[in-house]
Design a protein around this ligand. Structure first.
Ligand SMILES: C[S@@+](CC[C@H](N)C(=O)[O-])C[C@H]1O[C@@H](n2cnc3c(N)ncnc32)[C@H](O)[C@@H]1O
Length: 224
């Protein structure tokens, strides 16, 4: 029944969502705010960012290094910085990065930001945490705003991500990715397996219309 409701409401919701986000909107979490610009993924009226934030709130981040890959509005990065971590935030959308720079400056947080297509402009570094809330609908994104939602017809985002990520995964790196029951989890996990990576589920949360899962991504080790 919930699946049915989600399918029926989705086009209506989508139209409303893009109408609402035709102008900048403020999003607040635990007294931290960000401004969601048009074209940038919004945590307002979506579920995954809030579920991820609630999970991150349970992690001790003081003096840890954090990379948020695909930071969108930047609320996860600013929140992580507010918990005492040293944050690097990246996104392919230059508007997202500019807006995050302004919001972090206004709230007196220092965040290193970089416009980057996945790991292309990120030097290999042993981050304590990597947070990823990926686009996962299988369709070719036709512009920068659609890159927030669509991972390519053949899951190109995940193919490239899992190909590039291994040098950033040390034994001490906690790479966390949030996914949803709406994803083609089987296909995404298959792409990970081909790149010698595994998913370990560490949390799940059922909200009204969606179930989200948080996975830790680890490198497979083989007996010598
Ligand atoms: C689902 S949104 C999540 C945004 C933010 N992390 C959050 O949780 O609210 C996915 C983000 O990934 C970014 N993105 C998509 N493809 C990317 C790529 N190839 N390299 C870097 N960022 C990318 C999008 O611009 C978008 O901001």
């Amino acid at each position: 029944m919930k699946n049915l409701i989600r399918r029926i409401t989705h086009p209506v919701y989508k139209r409303y969502h893009f109408w609402y986000h035709r102008k900048p909107r403020k999003y607040t979490y635990n007294n931290i705010y960000t401004i969601v610009q048009p074209t940038v993924f919004s945590p307002i009226n979506t579920v995954s960012t809030k579920v991820f934030l609630d999970h991150i709130d349970t992690i001790e981040l003081n003096n840890k290094t954090v990379l948020e890959l695909g930071c969108g509005s930047g609320i996860i990065s600013i929140f992580s910085a507010s918990k005492g971590s040293e944050v690097t935030a990246t996104d392919i959308n230059v508007i997202a990065i500019k807006s995050l720079n302004e919001a972090s400056f206004e709230q007196d947080f220092s965040i290193k930001t970089t416009v980057s297509d996945l790991f292309k402009n990120i030097n290999p570094f042993d981050f304590d945490y990597i947070f990823i809330n990926p686009p996962y609908y299988p369709k070719r994104p036709k512009d920068i705003s659609e890159k927030a939602w669509f991972c390519g017809e053949n899951f190109e985002y995940f193919q490239e991500l899992f190909d590039q990520i291994p040098p950033y995964l040390s034994d001490t790196t906690n790479c966390l990715m949030i996914l949803s029951q709406d994803c083609d989890l089987k296909n995404i996990k298959n792409i990970a397996t081909k790149n010698h990576l595994s998913f370990v589920k560490i949390n799940e949360k059922q909200t009204l219309f969606e179930k989200n899962f948080i996975y830790k991504i680890i490198k497979n080790t083989y007996p010598k």
